[in-house]
Structure formats: C-alpha cells, structure tokens
Design a protein around this ligand. Sequence first.
Ligand code: BG6
Ligand code: MG
Length: 219
Amino acid sequence: MNRSDAGVVFDLDGVITDTAEYHYTAWKSLADRLGVPFDRQLNERLKGVSRMESLEIILESSDRVFTDEQKTKLAAEKNTAYVALIETITPENLLPGAQEILELLKREGYRIGLASASKNALPVIKSLQVAEYFDYIVNAATIKNSKPDPEIFFAAVSGLGLTPEVCIGVEDAIAGIKAIKAAGMFAVGVGKPDILCQADVVIKNLREFKIEDYLQYVR
Ligand code: BG6
Ligand code: MG
C-alpha cells in the first residue's frame, strides 16, 4: 500500500516526547525565582505557545513591569534551563507508541510532517533519532503567528505537498488542536478528553493512534 496522498503532521513536545514536562520545569524555576504563581493549570495555556508569549502569560500575575530587554533576558534564562534538560535526551525518551507509529506510517507511505513551535525541535528530534521519518519539518523561526493560528499547520501541509483535507494533525495542546481545526484538518488530541475537548478524537498516547479509524475523515 502507498498512501502518499495523505499525511500526518505531528506536534513534538508532549506528543512524540515528554519535553512538555521539561518546558514546565524550566518555566517553573523562573516563575519561582520571580515569585510569580505558576502551576500546572496555568501551564496548559503555555503548551504549544511560543517562548515570548509563554513568558507574557507567566508575567500576567506579576506586579512588576518588565522592559523588553528584561523580558528577552528572562526568556533566555528559561531557554538555558530548558536546553540543559534536553541535553540528556536519548531514544528512550520517546513517548509510548511514537517509534511504532512513525515506522508504520513510513512503511505504508504516508507523508509525515512536524509542526512544532519550538526553536529547539531539531536537536530534540535528532537526539531521539527519529529525524529520518519526517518528510518535512517546519522551521519555527519562519512562523509569524503562533498556535492557535493555523499558519504552522498550513506550512507543514504545503511542505509535504498536500492539502489540509487529506492531513491529520496530532497535538497535546489546546492551542494546537485549535490550530489544526482552523487549518481544516482532522485533529487527534493526545492527553485528557476534558482538556482537549475540541479535538475530533482524543487518545491517551500514540499507542492508541489508529490511522485506519481516521481515514474515513480525510478525503
Ligand atoms: C512548543 C511548546 O512546542 O514550543 C511550548 O509546547 C514552547 O511550551 C514552544 O514554549 C517554544 O519552544 P522553544 O523551545 O522555542 O522555547
Ligand atoms: Mg505540544
């Protein structure tokens, strides 16, 4: 079978590997240092969102006013902590089912894309040793509008040489699911159904990803 007329576009952090947790850890230590409240509920708003926009969300509850220069430094501080965490990544950090689904999709000929907002996506993908599965990886630095804007998914789909109706997007973030739907794609949420209620289907992890169940929705 060759299904090169259909594609699957994955988010990275929290879908293929648990770097969503590393982002949380790095933001948490910055927030603690600044004395700003930050918990897992607020963290849901950060998922899928760019570095600077994440910082703005964290600073919403601070009484202090930060200059752009200070904000740039704070974002760099978070990134330094994050980069130190991802240096330890190996293929063992792939989330359950990730390797298997990438292998299956590749074997069956589907086009595979990556639509991560992270500027650290490439080193992470390389450390996980899964780069060769991807036919197209969006460069986050070229994207002007963050998720929930569909721009990054449009870029992925067109990089694969396909159109949105024949593509499935896979996301762990509320903003990401919104972006997939705004792009006109079928949305698979990875996580909790109460959080990802706007997805077309929600699975616990990629072990539950069943391409044959979703094909009826992609034309
Ligand atoms: C997304 C993450 O994939 O990338 C966000 O879900 C993160 O939490 C964003 O802020 C940007 O990542 P980076 O590595 O460019 O700071
Ligand atoms: Mg994510």
